[in-house]
Design a binder for this molecule. Structure first.
Ligand code: HEC
Length: 98
């Protein structure tokens, strides 16, 4: 039990250090933090906007506006900050294909 936790945390920190070369695998990790509210692969249930099938340009623009606070938000300002442009593009591509 304890060992599996240790192995898991090693695996996680390893994944974090993988660079842009492995970006496509990393996108799974990036979008996993959105699933709590936006559902698995962006298929939201409940009141949260659906991300699955969202136009990638629309996605990028919304993320930019949340970050700059041009678009008022309850939680998305917090969730949109801290990503690189590259990561936002990867997520945009990912969700547009769902
Ligand atoms: C704590 C819940 C929560 C999490 C986690 C979350 N979101 Fe959101 N998201 C929302 C809510 C609520 C809105 C509606 C705007 C608002 O009130 O902030 C929203 C709106 C959006 C929109 C705008 C959709 C549209 O069509 O206008 C995008 C894009 C988005 N989120 C992307 C993401 C991404 C990408 C992640 C993960 C990095 C994420 N969200 C994580 C709750 C969340």
């Amino acid at each position: 039990m304890r060992w599996s936790k240790i192995l898991l945390s090693i695996a996680c920190s390893f994944t974090m250090t993988i660079s842009v070369a492995d970006a496509h695998r990393n996108v799974e990790l990036l979008v996993s933090s959105c699933a709590a509210c936006h559902g698995t692969q962006g298929h939201s249930v409940g009141g949260t906007p659906r991300l699955a099938g969202l136009d990638s340009l629309h996605f990028i623009e919304q993320m930019r506006q949340f970050t700059s606070e041009e678009r008022p938000s309850t939680v998305m300002h917090h969730h949109a900050t801290g990503y690189t442009e590259e990561e936002i593009k990867l997520m945009a591509e990912f969700f547009s294909k769902q």
